[in-house]
Write a protein that binds this ligand. Structure first.
Ligand code: B12
Ligand code: SF4
Length: 407
């Protein structure tokens, strides 16, 4: 069958992100004998028109849309990506083929999205490498599944084929970290606001080191200059992380890359990362006080954070640190601590290479925190664990200034 893989648009201008999920699907579809075409509507200035023309020109049998983001999770002003997605569904209303939707955003809100858009023939909540070609095969044989929502079992990582980086031309994604490489799925840490254990499972599924190294070599061959690992925590599991770093170093051919790390990362691993081409790292301690960390289900007491950031900066990395405001157990005094951390880190560790971001917790279905809400709470709305009192006033003020500066 002829399958058009579509990346859902953002509805506003944003730095483009390579459609990695669709690149994995493309390899598996092609291996099952199907023909694949790609259309990234997040690059498009007139999505409906571009989609219409593409459909007229190529007449695919199925349109498979990847819905990556629902909204930008920003408080107090939230950008919804669903309006742009709705436009695409409308454009597909008279498309004679099958419409299938998947992707991380869809997987978190699958039932709600299916109920909002009846045009969707099938929704797949989860990883599509094995189940999606199977679905396409069953549609081809005119024996499709009876239910609209499919929830595939998570494939073991050694059955995954390497992503097809040719479906979407890599040259369209030149920003730092715009191209992602995935070496493992899942996260066992279970932080209380996080969806990753729900999306990817609570155990690591590591792709073979040689397969990931081959991805990196392929990207180098295609002329890519930078990429980022999209994995939840790059320094875990420890032995795998070390072997992978060495293999990436051997195949990177000058590429520079970034990764998310835990703040317990040892200094010798930072050295190893640097020697093998890693140039920027991000930490997500999220809370700053022992109580805040405990209530988020994060390990440690936060005392070593500054020294880890310092050793990463001394090694040479650009460093990002992410906190929340208004998270459980942390109010205005903790916000001042976070702002002081930001000031100290940026002033003393390098203003242009140290970044501190303070966001707000958006509560997602499937996260442990969502279980505390009354049953039936509509989390698509969105719902935030928002700051209160002075921290809310402060935060709104900074959001207002930032908006003015970026206007
Ligand atoms: C890495 C990442 C980023 C990186 C991306 C870097 C890069 N070069 O790729 C960065 C930091 C830039 C980023 C930015 C943002 N991100 Co982000 N990101 C992720 C993360 C951790 C991994 C995504 C990924 O690459 N997965 C690997 C690929 C292989 O998997 P996949 O895309 O899920 O695809 C699989 C399945 O979903 C399925 N599938 C996918 N498409 C389709 C289509 C069909 C038809 C089918 C059948 C199946 C299917 O099969 C694929 C293969 O198994 C996810 C969380 C997560 N664990 O998924 C959040 C996540 C997607 N991001 C999220 C958000 C909010 C954002 C931002 C809006 C944050 C912000 N405020 O700016 C921006 C938006 C940027 C944009 N325009 O897309 C949210 C989305 C939820 C929401 N609220 O909408 C997530 C889910 C995290 C969360 N909070 O839970 N992100
Ligand atoms: S916040 Fe990070 S470490 Fe915690 S569960 Fe999510 S991905 Fe894992």
């Amino acid at each position: 069958m002829k399958v058009l893989l579509i990346q859902s648009p953002t509805g506003r201008r944003e730095a483009p992100i390579y459609p990695l999920g669709l690149a994995f699907l493309s390899s598996h579809l092609k291996a099952s004998g199907h023909e694949c075409m790609g259309l990234d509507l997040s690059l498009s200035r007139n999505c409906r028109e571009d989609l219409r023309q593409f459909l007229q020109l190529h007449s695919p049998d199925a349109a498979a849309v990847s819905l990556r983001n629902i909204d930008d999770s920003s408080w107090p002003v939230t950008w919804s990506y669903l309006d742009a997605f709705g436009d695409i569904m409308e454009e597909l209303s008279d498309f004679p083929g099958t419409v299938i939707v998947g992707g991380p955003g869809f997987s978190i809100y699958s039932e709600r999205i299916l109920s909002l858009w009846p045009r969707i023939d099938f929704g797949m909540a989860g990883e599509g490498e094995l189940a999606f070609p199977e679905l396409i095969g069953s549609i081809e044989k005119e024996d499709p599944p009876q239910c609209r929502l499919l929830t595939p079992v998570k494939p073991l990582s050694d059955v995954l084929l390497n992503p097809d980086y040719t479906l979407f031309p890599v040259a369209d994604y030149s920003g730092k970290g715009a191209i992602g490489v995935q070496s493992r799925r899942g996260c066992p840490f279970g932080c209380r606001y996080c969806t990753y254990g729900h999306i990817g499972g609570k155990v690591w599924r590591n792709r073979p080191v040689h397969a990931v190294a081959a991805d990196v070599a392929e990207l180098a061959r295609l002329g890519v200059k930078t990429f980022m690992f999209v994995d939840s925590v790059f320094d875990h599991p420890v032995q795998y992380a070390r072997e992978l770093t060495l293999a990436v170093g051997e195949s990177r051919a000058g590429l520079e890359w970034g990764a998310w790390l835990s703040d317990a990362v040892p200094p010798d691993f930072l050295d190893l990362l640097w020697e093998n081409g890693c140039r920027w790292v991000d930490f997500s301690p999220d809370a700053i006080t022992p109580r805040g960390l405990r209530l988020l289900g994060k390990p440690g007491d936060g005392r070593s954070l500054y020294s880890v950031v310092k050793s990463a900066r001394r090694t040479g990395f650009s460093v990002g640190v992410n906190f929340f405001n208004g998270n459980p157990g942390e109010g205005f005094p903790a916000l001042l601590e976070k702002l002081f951390f930001m000031f100290r880190a940026r002033m003393f560790l390098g203003f242009r290479k140290t970044f501190v971001n303070i966001g707000t917790i958006r509560i997602y279905p499937g996260s442990p925190m969502a279980l505390e809400l009354p049953t039936g709470t509509d989390l698509l709305a969105p719902v935030f664990h928002a700051p209160r009192g002075l921290s809310a006033v402060f935060f709104r003020f900074f959001a207002w200034i930032r908006k003015k500066r970026h206007r």
